[in-house]
Design a protein around this ligand. Structure first.
Ligand SMILES: Cc1ncc(C[n+]2csc(CCOP(=O)(O)OP(=O)(O)O)c2C)c(N)n1
Ligand SMILES: [Mg+2]
Length: 587
């Protein structure tokens, strides 16, 4: 036991958990602890808005596998974090959110910046530690760090602000790290038997494979089975794209090759995925989920087993350990699928080829609305590019070892077909929470964790507007990244619903008159405006060169037509019905 102040106990516990970077905005509520961050080896990266801090902590942890940490002033600084923490929750990121709270002598009086801070995050945290006695500061702090990793998601550490003052005899707890296993004997045996008798096994490689650092084990298992591997929705980095068995992502704007192949499966191994509902919806008018296949699901969280999709075997285990164990059990055995390995390899290659050819030929959207927009824009002054062509050019110009975040939007979603990765921990998308404004702050956090890797954020003009002020964070703190803004002058993804369902009545859909290159320059960054297809690749390469060699943040603004790809949620909309005379034309 050592005598120390409560601020010291708090900061020493952060240091014991190897915290080196905290994202947030300073505030009086935790200033006593903040004052000793520097001698503890902790940098407080001050952001523009606390939502950005939470996304940065998310990006940081997704790249590094370590905790991401964020903090804000009690009340508004904390409530600003809600959206970012919700996104981190659905990304299963071990983010620790530190929420200083109103002082205990005033709670309940309606004082300045007073808010009940636990209910705000109840739904988006795996654990909420409320320091109920200042002498327990280190204990609660340590538990929040332990639980973020063991429960695989954000935790909240709520500290009444007066509790930073005072002192106690403290022993800083050692971090506790879970040693995860492959799952239970019985389910592993059943799964091995199912795989051994499968004729057309397919693997879905999910975020759990990335988080468990299990891509190599997944690859070894896939190679033993000769099984095609599809990425679960928005986990394009869960299997190397150059591998002959890689077939691309499932879900919205994913790979037709992957969808066609999984539809033929008799056994699916869903490795490290909760098989979230949005990620397996029909696409391209194809209901590809194989309803008669046996499904083996491996998830570290037993509550996810069979939650969304009917399964035959559920293994509660670590994706890497489970893949290793399953491979061991298939070793030295003849498998049913050994008999048709060659045939399947040919089929995989042919589906992949035809999807690539289709993408090559799919230079623009061909629905009536898009064709009209393309026609209209060819009459306007200036040039506007087809998003799909832009995405292909960006793909070709992509640096190796890149980290990319995408936002929510029509062009960003189409990008999924063109984003391929060799390495895990490279792709960050908002996944189930689906919030616009995600990409830039998330890639900033990723860049802090991996400064030697090129970092790129894709965003539509609308989503960029929500988050672009964090360019100032990049400039202020020398965190160089590259923002690619698809400037189509509209909230395209939602406008697509007005095209399809609401008679082209564009309520609040247009975004006119901005110059994102100019805004970038005004924030102290570089800006490149692109309106020629041949300039897309060079602009990206120049921006990356400035990022990696000159430490500069660049915004590449790409002028795009108003054409729109398939919508997000055809499943969730209906044609309008109006009863009242006043609204009878609105159908
Ligand atoms: C925080 C938040 N607000 C609103 C939405 C609803 N929404 C989804 S996509 C979208 C449009 C995005 O427009 P933009 O970023 O310009 O990209 P585009 O679709 O035009 O490519 C909106 C408003 C959302 N997902 N998140
Ligand atoms: Mg837009």
């Amino acid at each position: 036991m050592t005598r120390m102040t409560h601020s010291e106990a708090f900061v020493e516990t952060l240091a014991a958990n190897n915290v080196t970077d905290v994202f947030g905005i300073m505030g009086s509520a935790f200033m006593d602890a903040m004052d000793i961050f520097t001698p503890a080896g902790i940098r407080l990266i001050s952001v523009v808005h606390e939502q950005g801090a939470a996304h940065m902590a998310d990006g940081y942890s997704r790249v590094s596998g370590r905790h991401g940490v964020c903090i804000g002033q009690n009340g508004p600084g904390v409530s600003n974090c809600v959206t970012g923490i919700a996104a981190a929750y659905w990304a299963h990121s071990p983010v620790v959110l530190i929420t200083p709270e109103a002082g205990t002598t005033g709670i309940g009086h309606g004082g300045f910046q007073e808010a009940n801070q636990l209910p705000m995050f109840q739904e988006f945290t795996k654990y909420q530690g409320h320091v109920n006695n200042p002498a327990r500061m280190a204990e609660y702090t340590a538990r929040c760090f332990d639980r973020a990793l063991s429960e695989i998601g954000p935790t909240q550490l709520n500290i009444p602000r007066d509790f930073f003052y005072g002192d106690a005899d403290v022993e800083i707890p050692q971090p506790m790290r879970l040693d995860r296993g492959p799952g239970g004997e019985k389910t592993l045996n059943e799964a091995a038997e199912m795989l051994a008798s499968a004729h057309f096994p397919v693997i879905v490689s999910g975020g759990g494979v990335v988080m468990a650092d299990g891509v190599d084990q997944c690859k070894a298992l896939a190679e033993r089975l000769g099984a095609p591997v599809v990425n679960s929705y928005q986990h394009n980095d869960s299997f190397p794209a150059s591998h002959p068995l890689w077939c691309g992502p499932l879900g919205y704007q994913g790979s037709k090759a992957g969808m066609k192949l999984i539809s033929k499966a008799d056994v699916v191994l869903a490795l490290g995925t909760r098989l979230g509902p949005f990620g397996t919806l029909p696409q391209y008018e194809m209901d590809y989920w194989p309803k008669n296949a046996k499904i083996i699901q491996v998830d570290a969280d037993h509550k996810m087993l069979g939650l969304v999709k009917k399964i035959s075997v559920g293994i509660c285990g670590d994706a890497k350990a489970a893949a290793t164990t399953l491979l061991d059990r298939l070793d030295n055995r003849t498998l049913a699928c050994d008999a048709n390995r060659e045939e399947r390899a040919v089929e995989i290659a042919s589906e992949k080829n035809s999807w690539e050819r289709e993408l090559d030929g799919w230079t623009h959207e061909r629905d009536d609305w898009s064709l009209a927009m393309i026609e209209e824009q060819s009459l306007e002054e200036g040039d506007y590019l087809h998003p799909r062509q832009v995405l292909r050019e960006l793909e070709k110009a992509m640096p190796s070892d890149v980290m990319i975040s995408t936002d929510i939007g029509n062009i960003n979603s189409i990008a999924h077909s063109y984003l391929r990765f060799e390495k895990p921990r490279s792709f960050f998308a908002p996944m189930s929470f689906g919030n616009c404004g995600y990409a830039l702050p998330t890639i900033i956090g990723a860049k802090v964790a991996a400064p030697d890797r090129p970092a790129i954020a894709y965003a539509g003009d609308g989503a960029w507007g929500m988050s672009m002020s964090e360019v100032m964070t990049c400039v202020r703190h020398d965190i160089p990244v590259t923002g690619v803004v698809f400037h189509n002058r509209q909230w395209g993804a939602e406008k697509k619903n007005q095209v399809d369902f609401y008679g082209h009545r564009f309520v609040a859909a247009e975004l006119e008159h901005q110059n994102y290159t100019g805004i970038a320059k005004a924030m102290g960054a570089e800006g490149i405006r692109v309106d020629q297809l041949k300039e897309v690749g060079p602009a990206l390469q120049k921006a990356i060169d400035m990022q990696m060699n000159e430490g500069k943040t660049t915004v590449v603004e790409i002028m795009c037509t108003r054409e729109l790809g398939d919508p997000f949620r055809r499943d969730a909309l209906s044609l309008p019905v109006r009863f009242l005379d006043k609204y009878k034309d609105y159908v």
